[in-house]
Design a protein around this ligand. Sequence first.
Ligand SMILES: Cc1cc2nc3c(=O)[nH]c(=O)nc-3n(C[C@H](O)[C@H](O)[C@H](O)COP(=O)(O)OP(=O)(O)OC[C@H]3O[C@@H](n4cnc5c(N)ncnc54)[C@H](O)[C@@H]3O)c2cc1C
Length: 450
Amino acid sequence: MPLDTSLSGVSVLVAGAGLAGLAAARDLADRGADVTIIEARDRVGGRVFTIRNGFAESQHGEAGGDMIDQGHEEVRRLTQELGLKLVPILHRGFGYARADSTGRVRIVQRNVARSWTRLAAQLEPFSRLYRLGERRWDTPITSEIARMSVAQWLDDVRADDELRATATGLRGFFLADSEELSLLALIDQFSDNGSPVPSRMSRVEGGNDRLATSIAAALGARVRLGTELAAVSHRGRGVRASVKSGRQTSQIQVDYLLFALPATLLRRIPITPALPAQQHEAIARLQYGRATKTLLQFARRFWRAPARPRAFGSPLPFGAVWEANEEQRGKPGILALLAGGAASNATADVVSREGVAGLARSLDWLGSRDQEVLGWRQVVWESDPWSRGGYAVFDPLFDPRLRGWLSQPCERLFFAGEHTSIRWQGYMNGAVESGRRAAAEIASTHRITI
Ligand SMILES: Cc1cc2nc3c(=O)[nH]c(=O)nc-3n(C[C@H](O)[C@H](O)[C@H](O)COP(=O)(O)OP(=O)(O)OC[C@H]3O[C@@H](n4cnc5c(N)ncnc54)[C@H](O)[C@@H]3O)c2cc1C
């Protein structure tokens, strides 16, 4: 049976119009399904959020997902399919900024690779065990590694200041401090993708949200904004969803339901009959990282200097910082500051105490002194009601044997979203891939059961 007709006459409700839900809805519609996609916000894209207002010269910046790496094949494929263009950015990679013994912030090295190599070498005994267990999350080896926090491990190996600073800098990537992060998350990262620092990065020309808005435009009236999934009942041969739109609640009856919501929101939705106990626990227990992203537009791009990177990791309160609109014309330029874990609160504190000027001052080491801030926007993702966090974080209390349950279909219910991806959790690529996977699962389930 050709794929494009295999779901003809089948109705599917997709909850959540982030990249996962939209990628799923697009594939389902292509297969001929009768798709409805509901989204609680008044916009599509979810954690991909391009901010276009508030900046001079029509510049824009990404308040959520920004960099698309070389290996992010699904998101690259989708970009191409939608006729969008990727523009390479930040080709000098990431440098590193740290306070010296006098407290002055300095760019300590041009390339962070050396610090990661040191960290990877220290982790090697655990990485080897993890590889022996074929990187599976259901082995006793993994359970043992998972219980340890990165902070405990640093104490155990009597880490020096440099190693600790490298680990602290990782909160800009994992969105969690060493105490909150399972050692397993770190081992998993280093034993697969190597250094967590992105390489050969790109972003979508005109804004990453074009991925979402292009799909939504093609789906047309099938996308219902301002509509929240409130409850689900999946007895018998169909699924009944209660959806809220303003003050109105209505029921939608479909053949299949695809959840593309962060676990933080999914766990608030009553599902009858309940999901299997382990699946329920996996969704209930999953933590999300704190992340504040600030976009600061300056009158000129003072941070540019010959041979100097335009992106920096740091263990400092402002987090990681990079040029957010290298590909856009104009004299002004935008810096993105991504503060993960405790840095998220620290950044918000600086702004509430000293205003945005205080935050700009903390970039003195890049030359921000006396530079005019033309515009700024800040998103505190843990305070965002429809994400309640940056992205999923595996903490030492999460039982790794539960991970597979996050993506496990249950009868007529299917699950997508960044947090369900094994290889690309925390990335736009994971969202897109998981959406396409869940759409394919529905198609297969349907073919098996008819
Ligand atoms: C600060 C930050 C920086 C990031 N940087 C990068 C990066 O550089 N590169 C990268 O690849 N990734 C990055 N990411 C991760 C990436 O943005 C996410 O992995 C991805 O966008 C998640 O997509 P999703 O579809 O799984 O979830 P979401 O985008 O969260 O989509 C879920 C949707 O469901 C909606 N929703 C929630 N509850 C309900 C409900 N009850 N009913 C209906 N709708 C509901 C939400 O409003 C949302 O639109 C970053 C994320 C953040 C927060």
